[in-house]
Design a protein. Sequence first.
Length: 123
Amino acid sequence: MRMVLIALAIAAVAAPGGAKDRNVIPEAIPDGKAESCIQTSRIRQSHVRNDWVIDFEMNDGKIYRNTLPSACPSLAFDESFAYKTSIGQLCSVDTITVLRGSAGPGPTCGLGEFQPIKLVPKH
């Protein structure tokens, strides 16, 4: 069973659309003025696009793209992060910490503004 899991992991990296292509940034157009903060209770999920970009999908379907002021090492590889806030908002002055599973916390990186976007449909 262990060998099967290893083979599947290698196939996912080598196959088109697998892990190798997972950090592609979908094309988007701005959909309003950038905001400094978003309500954490409204975040449905986040999508790490690469070491610079995270899309936050809200409960109402709206998407906010956050472009970090500098690259966050291993964010794209680990695709997982944590944040702490005491005000129920995630703001451009806040930081995220990359989660590396059993290896413990990774780098801590600053956020940028939250730009509302609409994803451009693929043709």
